[in-house]
Each structure stands twice: as structure tokens, then as C-alpha cells.
Design a protein. Structure first.
Length: 182
């Protein structure tokens, strides 16, 4: 019994010494883990926040706050036209910037052809070498649409914005039917 009390006392002293030493350690040089990329985009008809593999729908209030934030960052940025390609109809504009560690882009389109069931319009960024990345689906109403996009990843190296008409088939690659480009 006496041996157990001695072992218990030693454990208490060791734990106490560890906690005391830990509280006195003011060296905060801890390994910093880079933040997981956070993207605000439109997917399957709703605005979502993607962080790593997590997808979280945004509330109406969060959507309006994000639109306001993006508009504020793009207020003094050059607006680029998006022109119809390959006999398509419609037009649009886009503006983008990388500011305070976040890439912001806003796309506005008008007079696009009505979509048949099972189709949607998707926005892509493309580099001069042809490398491209999707930035989400456009939210469409009567041929007019918009996309507000933000990402912690700097996408200013992508010189072209392309709008495509896509089939709801689960394919993550850019479809062949380009509608607008600029």
C-alpha cells in the first residue's frame, strides 16, 4: 500500500513539473500549417464555401455579405468584356483582383440562350498555355446571370475567362461548347 502511495506521489510530481514547465515556456515558435484553400463559388444551384473537402452552403445573409465584399474589392478594377464566340448569342463582363491574400472575381452575363433541362453555364479561367480551372456555375435567370467568386489561391496568372454550356453528366472537364470569352 505504501509503495502505491509513493508511485502515485511521483506521478503527481512529474505531471505537476510538466505542467509548470509548459506554462513557463514562452517560446511560441510552433510549426505553422498553411491554411486550407477556401473558395466561395456556386455549385449545383447554390452558393457554397469549400474548405478542403468540406462543402458548406451559405445563408442568404452570408451570400449578400460576400457579394458586398467582392464588389468593394473590385470597385476600382478594370472591367473586361466577354464576347460571344462561335455563333453564340449574349455578352458579359468580368473583373478580378488579388487583394489582401484573396483572389476576387465577378462575372455578369446577359442575353444567353435559354438552357434546356440538364444543362448549365459554367465559368472557367484559362492560362495562355491552355491550362484551365473551373470557378463555378453561373446563377441564371431568364438568360442573365452572375457569378461571384473568391479564393485564397492567386489566380491572376489566368488571362482568359470562358463561359461554357455544360451537360449535367458529372464530367469535371471543360465542355466543347464555348459561349463567351474574354
Amino acid at each position: 500500500m505504501k509503495q502505491w502511495m509513493i508511485v502515485g506521489a511521483i506521478i503527481v510530481v512529474l505531471v505537476g513539473a510538466y505542467l509548470w514547465n509548459r506554462s513557463r515556456n514562452t517560446d511560441n515558435t510552433q510549426e505553422t500549417i498553411p491554411p486550407v484553400e477556401e473558395i466561395i463559388t456556386q455549385e449545383d444551384g447554390s452558393v457554397v464555401r469549400k474548405t478542403g473537402d468540406t462543402i458548406q452552403p451559405l445563408s442568404d445573409e452570408e451570400i449578400e455579405a460576400k457579394k458586398k465584399e467582392i464588389n468593394e474589392h473590385l470597385a476600382n478594377q478594370q472591367i473586361k468584356p466577354l464576347a460571344a464566340v462561335g455563333g453564340q448569342t449574349g455578352s458579359g463582363t468580368t473583373a478580378s483582383t488579388f487583394s489582401d491574400g484573396t483572389y476576387y472575381q465577378k462575372i455578369m452575363v446577359s442575353n444567353l440562350a435559354a438552357l434546356q433541362k440538364g444543362y448549365y453555364y459554367e465559368a472557367w479561367l484559362q492560362k495562355d498555355d491552355g491550362t484551365h480551372v473551373s470557378i463555378g456555375r453561373l446563377q441564371m435567370t431568364d438568360g442573365n446571370g452572375e457569378l461571384y467568386y473568391s479564393s485564397k489561391d492567386d489566380k491572376t496568372g489566368y488571362s482568359q475567362t470562358i463561359i461554357t454550356r455544360e451537360v449535367e453528366d458529372g464530367n469535371k472537364e471543360m465542355g466543347a461548347e464555348k459561349v463567351l470569352q474574354g
